[in-house]
Design a protein around this ligand. Structure first.
Ligand code: GDP
Ligand code: MN
Length: 380
């Protein structure tokens, strides 16, 4: 789960990580009044769950009170990476002497938390990592040490990052607090880009990006309140309400599978045969035909979908129930793409019989189904 910058900064302040104060506004008039109270110059920033807001025109420094309204209006009219801007954050504009990049995240491969640093801040870290990987600093921290991070263990990293003893000390303090926040809130990522040195030589977080491990959220009702439903994928949320796990992907093969493990194996197999899945979809253990209809609707909403692969391993799920769901779906909705079905397990013979004489393409094996799907999806 992601939160907005202003929400992440409120958590920063709770943990004593220096960040400029801020207020939020939903309209130009509200922004004008609040900027006036704050005093100019201010920075007005789009609050959306996406980076690169500056480049998209979503971050503006304004020194003239008359410009606050029109600038806010313009930012509220933006759509950044498909996300409409509904809220702006207003903060006193800060003088920037230096911008660096600092983040803390989980490196699953290493099974450790890792701080990433780069003396060139403010820019997209992915670009630097690709073009000049030697500029990226890493400090791996075993999970158990994160909450009690010692200054000593951060010293080399912070010194390389800031190139100055006093600034390094301030940065170490930030790193220790960031680590504590990370552990205590079950964060998945804390990114400060840029972490700056301001006009008074203070190290300050000018931007803040945080996301949380969804599996830890039940321990944090205070974080659940920060959830911005407007910023989450409406289809993914709708699927959850219907008992489906659905995640949209970039490919063109719509997948309907029972069980998360089989769904992942299905996507891997599709990839192996040169295809590209359009989604992850687990219809779950039960096999009520309504769920199958809902799953069809979700998958076909995506205009990229050129073919569907239904892969069902009947255990508790009964293949004949799935077949009935498929038939009901075909009656209710117009399915403009070919559908490949593989049904095995409980009541597979009954299931297959129900589908006889329809336009569905039957597959005996997952490999066969995935190969056919890749072919119909236009794989090279
Ligand atoms: P992002 O583009 O979504 O990462 O948004 P940021 O909050 O990082 O802002 C982008 C850039 O705007 C920063 O790297 C800064 O250079 C600039 N910026 C943001 N806030 C201020 C500010 O208070 N004063 C000045 N001078 N520049 C700012
Ligand atoms: Mn940024």
């Amino acid at each position: 789960m992601k939160v907005h910058e202003y929400q992440a900064k409120a958590l920063f302040r709770e943990y004593d990580i220096p960040a400029p104060l801020d207020v939020v506004a939903h309209t130009a008039a509200e922004a004008e009044a609040k900027a006036k109270d704050m005093g100019l110059p201010v920075v007005i920033k789009a609050q959306v769950h996406a980076g690169g807001r500056g480049k998209a025109g979503g971050v503006k420094v304004v020194s003239d009170a008359a410009e606050v309204g029109p600038t806010t209006e313009r930012i509220l009219g933006l759509t950044i990476k498909d996300l409409p801007v509904r809220i702006v954050m207003i903060a006193p504009a800060v003088e920037i002497k230096t911008e660096v990049y600092l983040s803390l995240l989980v490196d699953r491969g290493e099974r450790k938390a890792v701080f990433i640093g780069c003396a060139d801040g403010g820019v997209e870290i992915e670009v630097t990592a690709k073009e000049s990987p030697e500029k990226i600093l890493r400090l791996e921290v075993p999970g158990a040490q994160l909450a009690f991070l010692t200054a000593d263990s951060c010293k080399e990293f912070a010194t390389k990052l800031m190139g100055d003893a006093d600034l390094a000390d301030q940065t170490i303090a930030v790193m220790q607090k960031v680590a504590k926040l990370f552990v205590e809130k079950d964060a998945a990522l804390i990114e400060i880009n840029p972490l700056i040195v301001d006009g008074d030589d203070k190290v300050v977080a000018l931007d803040a990006k945080m996301s949380f491990d969804a599996n830890g959220l039940f321990r944090h009702p205070e974080l659940e309140e920060l959830r911005d439903m407007d910023s989450e994928d409406a289809d993914e949320l709708g699927a959850k309400e219907k008992g489906l796990s659905f995640i949209r992907l970039d490919g063109n093969i719509g997948c309907m599978v029972n069980g998360a493990g089989l769904a992942m194996a299905t996507m891997d197999t599709i990839k192996h045969f040169g295809g590209d899945p359009a989604n992850f979809l687990d219809v779950g253990g039960s096999s009520n035909p309504e769920k199958v209809v809902a799953a069809f609707k979700l998958i076909l909403k995506d205009p990229d979908v050129k073919v569907m692969l239904i892969n069902i391993f009947g255990g508790i799920t009964r293949c004949d129930d799935i077949a009935k769901g498929i038939l009901a779906s075909l009656e209710q909705i117009d399915v403009p793409v070919p559908i490949i079905v593989r049904l095995v397990g409980t009541n597979e013979a009954e299931g297959r019989k129900l589908l006889e004489g329809t336009k569905l393409i039957s597959a005996e094996t997952l490999e066969g189904g995935a190969t056919k799907a890749a072919e119909l999806g236009g794989a090279a």
